[in-house]
Design a protein around this ligand. Structure first.
Ligand code: NAP
Length: 350
């Protein structure tokens, strides 16, 4: 693995942020969306401390750059991500599209209402633009949950219904309830291509926009780590890496043997193009059919600007083909399961 310093931020400055449609919802979202998981975080949270003043700078700079999609969840920092985002957007709420998510265990008929109203309070708004079910339902029946969501939509508390981490079968089950599904938020990166087997084609067929999350594999695809040993342990817990690593719960072999040379290859392609590796990683996701939005976290304005720039980069079909060939061994090794955190036996998707 070789380090790739961030390139000049203003290279594609002045380009207009591309907007894409969320399925048939009529909601237009920016091709780059801000992942707000770190917002409202304290020392002990997954991403560590995130100052509110920095959040406000990121959110306002994003809106100024034409980024309108902001993604959070009731789960993130126990609701403090929603609070932090809501506070930052207070004066400019009308310019933003807010997506938030309800945990599947909260999706009883009554739970959907209760949890949506709690999210509205934390966000300081009277309507969530896209309200998503975070993972497929196991504890509650799908029809009742989606009927409750449609009721909230009728009441104007949510504008559109979305899902997250739903494979083709789960998506069709949700659509069969009569709900119009605007988006399916799915992990998609050069090293996380399981959605290509089934979920992505199912979304394209049903005209459901794909919001690709973790496109930088939590920083690993920016090239800022020279070896895997430099990566903070909590970013190595997915099935990409050995199940022996600290905090991993999947127990599998990982795909480190495939990932290390592929990272070298991606770095070489980026160098040849004269682009930072993070731009190439983001542009690859943005260039895939069916993708409505590339959702990456940004800890500061410099990362925001770099990510806006990356999503504006257009890769040729030839370069995309080379990147696919470089990462095919990782794709094949990791298989079809969309849950990158759990063992196949414990997958939350099936
Ligand atoms: N639906 C779901 O189940 C689900 C699951 C996970 C995430 N998500 C959503 O997806 C969003 C994005 O995922 P993520 O934040 O986990 O992963 P990510 O976007 O792949 O990585 C974000 C992290 O990478 C680093 N980074 C970002 N831009 C960079 C740049 N230009 N140069 C160098 N480093 C950069 C930052 O961390 P450092 O500066 O600390 O290195 C940042 O926090 C989340 O915020 C959340 O909204 C959804």
């Amino acid at each position: 693995m070789v380090g790739a310093p961030a390139g000049p931020v203003d290279k594609r400055k002045g380009h207009k942020m591309e907007m894409r449609c969320c399925g048939q919802s009529g909601i237009g979202i920016s091709l780059y969306g801000i992942g707000a998981w770190s917002f409202g975080g304290g020392e002990d949270d997954y991403w560590g401390a995130q100052e509110q003043s920095e959040v406000e700078r990121i959110v306002h700079a994003a809106l100024d750059l034409g980024v309108n999609y902001f993604d959070t969840a009731e789960l993130y920092n126990d609701g403090r991500s929603e609070e932090s985002l809501g506070k930052a957007l207070r004066a400019r709420r009308d310019e933003a599209v807010i997506g938030t998510k309800i945990l599947p265990q909260n999706c009883s008929r009554e739970g959907v209402r209760e949890h949506c109203e709690a999210s509205l309070r934390r966000l300081g708004t009277d309507c969530v633009d896209i309200y998503m079910v975070h993972w497929p339902l196991h504890d509650h029946p799908t029809p009742a949950a989606f009927e409750a969501l449609m009721q909230l939509q009728e009441e104007g508390k949510i504008r559109a219904i979305g899902v997250s981490n739903f494979d083709g079968a789960r998506l069709r089950e949700a659509l069969d309830t009569g709900a119009e599904i605007a988006v399916n938020q799915l992990h998609y990166s050069l090293f996380s291509r399981a959605i290509e087997y089934d979920a992505l084609p199912a979304c394209v067929e049903a005209n459901v926009g794909v919001v690709g999350y973790m496109p930088l594999l939590q920083g690993i695809l920016t090239g800022k780590y020279r070896t895997l040993e430099e990566v903070p342990w909590y970013r190595l817990r997915t099935r990409h890496f050995s199940g022996d690593r600290k905090g991993a719960r999947h127990g599998g072999p990982g795909a480190e043997e495939e990932i290390v040379p592929a990272l070298e290859g991606i770095h070489a392609v980026a160098e040849e193009l004269g682009e930072p590796m993070s731009d190439v990683a983001l542009a690859w996701v943005a260039g895939q059919p069916g993708v409505a939005c590339v959702l990456a976290g940004a800890r500061d304005v410099a990362q925001l600007e770099a990510n806006v720039r990356g999503c504006g980069l257009k890769l040729s079909a030839e370069v995309i083909g080379r990147l696919n060939a470089l990462t095919d061994p990782v794709k094949h090794r990791l298989g079809t399961d969309l849950d990158y955190w759990e063992s196949p036996g414990n997958s939350r998707v099936r």
